[in-house]
Design a protein around this ligand. Sequence first.
Ligand code: FMN
Length: 369
Amino acid sequence: MERVSQRKNRRSIENGPLLRRAPFLVSYWQGKQLYFENYLTRKKIAARLETAALLDFFSGWKRESAMFRRWPEYTPESLCAAARRLVKETFLQRAAKGEPREGRREKALRAWKNWNPAAGFFHLQTKDTYSKKISAREMRWVEELLQRDGVPAPSNSYGKAPVVGFVKEEYCEEFPRVLRTRKTWREFAKESVGKETLGRLLHLSFGVQEWEKIPGGGRYARKTSPSGGGLHPCEAYVVARNVDGIKRGIYHYDAIGHGLQKIRSGSSAAEIQNLLAGQWWFRDAAFVVFLTAVFVRTQWKYDYARAYRAVLAEAGHLCQTFCLTATWLGLAPFCTMALADTQIEKELKVDGISESVVYAMGAGSRVRG
Ligand SMILES: Cc1cc2nc3c(=O)[nH]c(=O)nc-3n(C[C@H](O)[C@H](O)[C@H](O)COP(=O)(O)O)c2cc1C
């Protein structure tokens, strides 16, 4: 009896599941503790060095039983328990039979190629870091900071170094006036913003202004903001709430055709507050624009992680152009990085990897005074 059951056991072990190391892992020490992170699933575990050996062993699909031969000094039960934990925490992938097809998100992140691990890790690790509600504690924390350290100086000073001075001008032209009156508004009047005003703002901020021929073939778009390689990775999505002539809803701005394409009907102040991670001071904005980045456009030419910085810088260019244009149009603009990333991406129907939200801005009518 004993022998039969052993044979049975062995057979089930030999036919056991296939395991493979998950593709997007990083590890590092923080203090004395070694950590492993799956930056696609955003799972993090504290582990010992033996875990690295186990993960390394499963570089390609292998039967679970293969590890019994590799580590005869450990019992199969303890090895299975370790593997089970790693499967549960998403560091090992498990297949009952045959090698499974790659998941959608996995495929999208694999397309980042040499941007991984640095940019992929940073991108996914820094997502969804805001809670939906801003606690009184958070608000107090800023006051505490102010009292404890004071505000850091906004410019370096080189002490007694010789100075080349400039005359401080009183500018009276339109352009410097717009530059100097831009500010972040956190209160909005009830009056709606006109459709044509929104159209001008979108066109001057995000629209293609003209096409340039590329000598070797093809063409590239010119916008009012610069873009690395003229590739323009950013897309603009409008949440319209109080725009005269445009039904409430979420729209994609077609930067080439200059129009809005409806993605979904309906929007509300509460939804804006939620998508902006609980910032109630923006809830009455007439509209919000979410900027996403289609990373593959930049990746097409720039095959290295540093280019991720360029994408973020470009979002900054677009946002500043938006804020200045909105100021010129007499609106009350704002921008924010406090976003409910995954929720926004769900509403925009983008996957958060090939295309992901990177910045938000919006505006409303100005309150008097
Ligand atoms: C990258 C970035 C992120 C910001 N995020 C927020 C934010 O989450 N919430 C907010 O109320 N303001 C946000 N602001 C606005 C700043 O608080 C504001 O620019 C700053 O207080 C200076 O005021 P001013 O814009 O009126 O000159 C952000 C600005 C930038 C450039």
